[in-house]
Design a protein. Structure first.
Length: 296
């Protein structure tokens, strides 16, 4: 899905801003204003540019509380809207058109733009976008680091092999639109995100896990941030994948944030279980206090 020929970093700040504007031009009237591709910049290239990748069925507004904290510490921040996300109609079925290649292409375009926004570039993504962050780190050597929050290498309590089998089944069976929480249905928070997901789209996100060459060396460092009480992904599989990368000589490790409630989306401020008071400081520490990102 990604090749070296596809990578085309912006050479200057002005070129980067032009590329971001091109991404923003994709946000038509059917897209929520808070879901538009967002750029926070200091007017010039910064020591660090951070690309924030939102989760499956969410949109850039997922980082509305976190992005300003990153910006205040001197970084330029880019939050691209991923394809088929952010529709004003929460009950849209547009996700069924989603392909893994579309997600990777948008993420690559965002990182290419970020290369002109900062001397170093870090990528942070959650859930399926945690997979995208890892994918970028495996195929690009120009990242300061990739932070993967709750990456969905394996869903629920399934093994990696069982997850791949489930993904294959979802790809060949008819698409279904399933509620994230059948108890509250359309009342699920945040009220701007999709309360349902497409099984075909979920299978496409899991294709990224399948295409990651677990065990092959990474070209950029990876930090997998997990909630030990996460009900949606199998943390043991995440640790297994990270351990394989370490055995291959890669800079990779898993970081658990203890004491969090049973919850998957630990970033969304409208999620009452998110505990952003505990999560955000840990993420900021990873971005700014590890000596690799150019800002102390």
């Amino acid at each position: 899905m990604l090749s070296a020929a596809r990578i085309d970093p912006a050479a200057s700040f002005d070129a980067a801003v032009a590329r971001v504007r091109a991404l923003q031009s994709l946000d038509g009237p059917e897209i929520l204003p808070q879901a538009h591709t967002t750029l926070l910049h200091h007017g010039a290239r910064a020591p660090l540019a951070v690309v924030l990748l939102h989760g499956f069925t969410n949109h850039p507004g997922q980082y509305r509380a976190f992005a300003p904290l990153v910006f205040e510490r001197g970084a330029n921040v880019l939050i691209p809207r991923l394809p088929e996300h952010g529709d004003r109609d929460r009950m849209t079925k547009r996700l069924k058109r989603l392909k893994a290649e579309m997600l990777i292409e948008r993420a690559v375009d965002a990182v290419d733009a970020a290369c002109g926004l900062g001397e170093r570039v870090a990528v942070l993504g959650i859930s399926s976008s945690g997979l995208i962050a890892c994918y970028l780190a495996q195929f690009r050597g120009d990242l300061a680091q990739a932070i993967a929050i709750a990456p969905e290498f394996a869903i629920l309590d399934l093994s990696l092999a069982a997850t791949h089998a489930a993904a294959l089944a979802m790809r060949v069976l008819p698409n279904m639109m399933l509620w994230w929480d059948p108890r509250v249905k359309n009342g699920m928070h945040p009220l701007t995100a999709y309360p349902r997901f497409s099984t075909r789209a979920l299978a496409q996100t899991l294709r990224i896990a399948g295409d990651l060459e677990a065990g092959a060396p990474l070209r950029s460092p990876v930090r997998a941030v997990v909630n030990p009480a996460d009900p949606a992904v199998n943390n043991a599989v995440t640790e297994e994948v990270v351990a394989r990368w370490r055995r291959a000589g890669s800079d990779a490790r898993t970081i658990a944030i203890p004491g969090l409630p049973r919850n998957h989306d630990i970033v969304e401020p409208d999620n009452p279980k998110a505990r952003t008071d505990a999560v955000y400081p840990r993420l900021l520490s990873l971005l700014f206090e590890d000596g690799r990102t150019g800002i102390e």
